[in-house]
Design a protein around this ligand. Sequence first.
Ligand SMILES: Cc1ncc(COP(=O)(O)O)c(C=O)c1O
Length: 413
Amino acid sequence: MFTKKEIEEIRREYPYLNLRVNDHNLIYFDNAATTQKPQRVIDDILKFYREENGNPHRGAHYLAVKATTAYEGARESVRKFINAKSSNEIVFVRNATEALNLLAYSYGMNKINEGDEILISIMEHHSNLVPWQLVSKKRGAKLKYLYLDEEQNIPFEEVKNKVNENTKIFSLSLASNVVGTMPEIKKIIDYVRKNSKAIIILDGAQYVPHNKIDVRDLDCDFMAFSGHKMYSATGIGVLYGKEKLLNDLDVFLSGGDMIEYVYEDKTTFLPSPQRFEAGTQNVEGAVNLASAIRYIDELGIDNIREYEGYLTDYCYEKIKKFDFLDVYTTSNKNRAPVITFNFKEIHPHDASSILDSYGIAIRSGHHCAQPLHRFLGCNFSCRASFAVYNTTEEIDYFINHLTDVRRLLGFGS
Ligand SMILES: Cc1ncc(COP(=O)(O)O)c(C=O)c1O
């Protein structure tokens, strides 16, 4: 695991740590929403605009070629990072949400019919739920959910009971942004493959930033994730898909750079990935994602996972001791680095505002998971989520101020 000294070095690269918020040093625990960026990743944005900015795939001049090389180089970095077979399987999109919508529109709206079933879980983020709801309504299909047990795990029985020959889309999060659950995905995929002909989609938004991922080993058909949750700029995300399946999909957005020939009355389209990247691409974002991947590779994703797991366990053990809190994070230690809880008597927004007055940034609200909150028996919650630059000292400070939240609102002493 990282030593204290190594964490100090890591922290020195984060300019946000120089911010003062309400006269306190900022403690940023909203990493599941978006991570902060290290200086080298910030610098690489400027480097791109200074040295490589052009419109890719469209010109023969120096900068157009530079931009094309940078953009396609970024695609290759992503391919390696998730161990895809070919860089043609890496489609750059805005974020995980766009990747999932692309699948819902290009696949779901065309291939799903009455009587078909779409299976997701109750812990899905809205971006892996609402698109499937729209598909099922439009196409007359049934949307089914896997539910969680008391420890917030997905019981394997649920999978066995809900997968059948009518299951045509199986779309599951690799890690919940609320309860931290990480399903036993290999076992589940294996079962879905053997018992249905469903396409298998994974939402990797909360998993890819923290865990080694190998899409070939998992044998998923598609996977979505976002750059901004893994130390990169916003506005860039990835849709991974098996090449043949991507090329069988209908086009999503159309226009420049995704076509082969355009006639007055018809158009032919390029294969993946260009097929799905209409218009001028977010070259800056892709190049920046590659920079963040270099950063993660340098630290080592296994080291990141181990350290974040340590922080999560540390916080979980402390927070569980407070009887004035309800804690929703799974007790299963194989979990995403999120600690989600509610004060029994206090609204999450009030709690979050008071913590902010001490310089502590946590998330409050439904975290784009309203059905999950209803399932948990609440409407909103507070969430502290960790990244590699957080420390146990920050967690201690946060834990100590939880009692202040109550005291300031007239509960306890
Ligand atoms: C599990 C999960 N899926 C999908 C998303 C959507 O990510 P984005 O907003 O970057 O599209 C999020 C964002 O918080 C998430 O936590």
